[in-house]
Design a protein. Sequence first.
Length: 376
Amino acid sequence: MTDLQECRRKIDEIDNQMVEFFEKRMKVCEEVAEYKIHTGKKVLDPEREHAKLEEIRKKAHGEFNELGAQELFQQIMAISRKRQYQLLTEYGPKEKEDFQMVEQLPRNNVTVVFQGVEGAYSYGAMRAYFQEDIKSYHVKLFRDAMEEVATGRADYAVLPIENSTAGIVTDIYDLLTEYNLFIVGEQILKVEHVLLGLQEAELSDIAGVYSHPQGLAQCKEYLEEHRDWKTTAVTNTAAAAKKVSADQDKTHAAIASRAAGEIYNLKVLAENICKNDSNVTRFIILAKKPVYENNSSRISVCFEARHASGTLYNVLSHMIYNGLNMTKIESRPIPGKTWEYRFFVDFEGNLRDSAVKNALRGMEAETSYLKILGNY
């Protein structure tokens, strides 16, 4: 019978040797980094790495060991690159910084656009983020709001990006890659939906309900208790309230905010219709210029990587090795590329931090497309 303790002793001895050789290898990698700093040669050479992995794979014996050796050295090479990126950030030529740090964003005497109408949750988020002395106006579509900022007619746009109950607003993610705008702030707003109807209406009169698709989704449980009601999606919750007020049909109701009911002279027919007490929506503040406040602590990026095994892990590992905490990841299909995806990642940090610079340098080098959406 095999002596387990003796096996463990042998493994410990081999592991100690592996650590020793690993550190020797990393020392040589630092010399390689010095050469690349002086010559401007890129850290990643995909063709050489692929050839090297094939060579290593052939040296192993048996299919299992071949795959294992390949995976092991893939990770060793990835770790080596991360060390080279660190040295490049520290000693290499300084990269041009596209983002400008400011002490604080102006929150008064600016022009702000929001999607929807007065009384919409976007309107409430705008009022919570900005001061009173601003010029504001509304547009019908998310795209319209982005267009207003892109053309300079508005300084900022306020748009919803995710809800704690219904999830992300996919249209916003797609538009963030289409427009060259930047996230400069965020506002978390508690969503408290009520059912609104005409002053003379009663709950028993209702046959149809209007709301934004997110509003309908967030109140799904309540609506399932009234399956005879017809639900109709509109552009936003406040628009639903406005329509009920304009139609003057007491069989129609809207899922919207209490503030929308006050604006459009509707009464509350039912309260607490969203079963989730912690229902909140995160709104982003978009601007044309890439700026960030000096105390910003969240970074949003989007990227595309090769459609191959391990590429997503390799990109995200730059955050791991630099001690950065990833707080969110989403994926969206890339138009025209079947089964390929664009990734959106949020992580903690400030663009001034050396760890952030190291991670972003590595991510940019090892992706086919990387955009910093904002630091806020």
